[in-house]
Design a protein around this ligand. Structure first.
Ligand SMILES: [Zn+2]
Length: 89
């Protein structure tokens, strides 16, 4: 699977982690300090902030606000189950 532009890169550091009400991580990721590449990313709904917000206070506020409202849970593929015709489980 290829990473999409909305997904964190492999070189990004997790700088701060919040837990959403859906039990997903909302991470502030990036090179750190006041880099313009820092952003927040929700592992539940895969929403991310736009790069360019260098102030950590702005990122913290956005990530925390998202975590407080996002009900998406991290997606875990499940094998499809089938029930035979006429069968019961
Ligand atoms: Zn979310």
């Amino acid at each position: 699977m290829n990473a999409t532009p909305d997904m964190p890169g492999q070189t990004d550091l997790v700088l701060i982690r919040y837990v959403s009400i859906g039990a997903a991580y909302v991470d502030i990721i990036g090179p750190g300090d006041d880099s313009t590449h820092n952003r927040w990313y929700c592992g539940g709904c895969r929403t991310t902030s736009a790069p360019g917000y260098a102030l950590m206070s702005v990122l913290r506020e956005g990530a925390n606000a998202h975590a407080a409202t996002c009900r998406a849970i991290p997606f875990t593929p499940q094998p499809h189950t089938t029930v035979a015709a006429g069968g019961t489980r």
